[in-house]
Structures are given as C-alpha cells and as structure tokens.
Ligand binder design. Structure first.
Ligand code: C2E
Ligand code: MG
Ligand code: MG
Ligand code: MG
Length: 289
C-alpha cells in the first residue's frame, strides 16, 4: 500500500476492520440502493449456432459497479439478493431491461434471462414475464428463461403449474449448469425444457483433459436429442475445445471464443451483423471496468 495512504483513517470498507456480518450488512444496504442509483447494468454474451458462426441470441448477465469496491461478481451479489429479499426486484429489472434491448435486435435473435429459483417459485412470476413481454413488444418465443435445478428443491405444485403456464405463454425454457446438481436426469422428465446448457466444468479444457469429459458431453447431447432438446456448451474458450464441441454435436455454443459479455450498444452491433468469429482468447478474464 502507498505510504501514508489512508493511514490512521477509518476505512469503512476494509474487511479486516469489520466482522463479516457487518460487512455483509453494508453490502446489503448498498445493493438495496444499487438499482435506483444506476449501479446495476446488464451485459449480453452471444450464443452462437454450433454449425456456423451465426448469432442465435444473447444471454443477459447482470453487472454491479460498486462505487467503492468496483465490479462485484453476480456469483457474490445474486446469492445475497436471494437471501435478503431483493432478488425479485433485481430480477424483474433485469428481465425488463434485457427485453427492451432485445426489442432493438433483428426479430430472429433470442434473449436468454436467468431466473433465480426464488423468482421462479414466486406465484406472480408468470404475470411478471407476461407483463414484461407486453411492455416491450418482444415475441414470447424469443425469450428463453434459464433456470437451474434449484427450482426443484423448493418444489410444490406451483412448480409444475408454472412450467405449464410459461409454456402456454410461448417462452422457451433452458436448464442451466446441467450436470452440477443432484439427480439431474430426474428433472429432465419433469419439465418441458427446450434446451440443456452443459456446465462449463465439463466444457472448459475438455479437449486437453481425459476423454471422460467428451464422453459425458456426448452422452448429454444424445440424451437431449432424443428428448428433442437443444444443447448449449458453455465456457468454450479455445479452438481445440470448439473443434471438439462441434464434433460432439452440441447445437449451440457460448464462450469467450465467440465473445465476452458486452454492453447493450455493442450487443446491438453484433446482433445486426449476425455473425461472430472464433477468436481463441488468450486472456480468459472479462475486462474489469
Ligand atoms: P450462468 O447463468 O451459468 O452464466 C454463465 C457465466 O459464465 C457468466 O458469468 C459468463 O460471463 C461466464 N462465461 C461465459 N463464457 C465463458 C468462458 O468462455 N469462460 C469463462 N471463464 N466464463 C464464461 P457471470 O456473468 O459472472 O455470471 C455468473 C452467474 O451469476 C451466472 O451463471 C448466473 O448463475 C448468475 N447470474 C448472472 N446474471 C444473473 C441474473 O440476471 N439473474 C440471476 N438470477 N442470476 C444471474
Ligand atoms: Mg445462465
Ligand atoms: Mg450456466
Ligand atoms: Mg453458472
């Protein structure tokens, strides 16, 4: 640390000075205000057809630029939002923001939005989704909702009903992070998924690892095909992995090799040109603002 910088000054955000609990409390209060203060924004990452390099859609990924702490990962603040009752508000804001953006893209480009299990199990979710579609004028079949196996853990009869009502609305459903949870296979028969997103832990570096990863991916693709579902391989970064994923027959690819999450304006440019090229990123980290 720079000599004298902050010495003797009380630094509110220095974690070592605070108990974990009060640090969390501070972050929670900050998050509560983040939407109104315009600190949250949505980034969009292209999802590409495996056969060509056509952009089929984008996944909306929420971002938080904290005024003092810089960029905070959604892996950190989404769980916080879930615990402190903010996920509904943030989730609805992401959904509406993403649909507003998608309304500016060519009509065949989809938008994928992540839904927390808490949002999904909210009895009002179908109305929230339907209102957001009406408000933005986006065709329901352009919206893909990404959910994880977590939705089944709090299962009640609402879950089945929600699946049916969302399908009636015409939106698509994707099972995210497939392969990482418990008894994934059981969930596949319970819900009318349109797509399986194969978790990055199977995909990244698959070409250089043992053949186990490719055997697992191949099995998931075969399973998905016989259930009439698409497959998206997440986390493809290198040409070797891209080559392997294509060979294994996944229908869609998402990963840094085709593009990192970008701001709305840049996504719009990509959506209009409708093609991206495989670049094979050396730097595997998303740039920090
Ligand atoms: P996810 O839904 O599985 O999203 C994919 C994550 O993988 C994103 O991380 C994306 O930036 C990252 N990724 C994509 N391709 C690559 C790659 O080639 N290499 C590497 N290293 N990473 C790649 P991100 O944006 O940090 O989001 C993390 C998680 O946070 C998401 O995982 C999702 O579970 C959650 N999340 C993000 N936005 C939202 C949201 O709006 N609502 C909810 N409920 N959860 C969200
Ligand atoms: Mg996702
Ligand atoms: Mg995922
Ligand atoms: Mg994930």
């Amino acid at each position: 640390a720079a000599k004298g910088a902050g010495r003797g000054k009380h630094c509110f955000y220095e974690p070592s000075m605070h108990s974990e609990a009060s640090d969390r409390q501070v972050l929670e209060n900050d998050l509560r205000q983040a939407i109104d203060k315009g600190e949250l924004w949505v980034a969009y990452q292209p999802i590409v057809s495996a056969a060509g390099e056509d952009v089929c859609g984008f996944e909306a990924l929420v971002r938080w630029n904290h005024p003092l702490r810089g960029r905070i990962s959604p892996d950190k603040f989404i769980p916080l939002a879930e615990e402190c009752g903010l996920i509904g508000r943030i989730g609805t804001w992401v959904l509406e923001t993403a649909l507003e953006e998608a309304a500016k893209w060519p009509d065949n480009v989809r938008i994928a939005v992540n839904l927390s299990p808490i949002q999904f199990n909210d009895p009002g979710i179908v109305d929230i989704v339907s209102n957001a579609l009406n408000k933005t004028g986006v065709r329901s079949s352009r919206l893909e909702l990404e959910i994880t196996e977590g939705v089944f853990l709090a299962e009640g009869e609402t879950t089945d009903d929600t699946f049916a009502r969302l399908k009636d609305l015409g939106v698509r459903l994707a099972l995210d992070d497939f392969g990482t949870g418990y008894s994934s296979l059981g969930y596949l028969k319970k819900a009318p998924f349109d797509k399986i997103k194969i978790d990055q832990s199977f995909v990244r570096g698959a070409a250089s690892k043992t053949s186990r990863n490719s055997a697992i991916i191949r099995a998931i693709v075969t399973l998905a095909e016989s259930l009439d579902m698409d497959t998206c391989a997440e986390g493809v970064e290198t040409h070797d992995d891209l080559h392997l994923i294509r060979e294994l027959g996944c229908s869609h690819i998402q990963g840094y090799i085709f593009g990192k999450p970008v701001e709305g304006e840049d996504a719009r440019g990509i959506a209009n040109s409708s093609r991206v090229e495989a670049e094979g990123f050396q730097c595997v980290r998303e740039p920090r603002q």
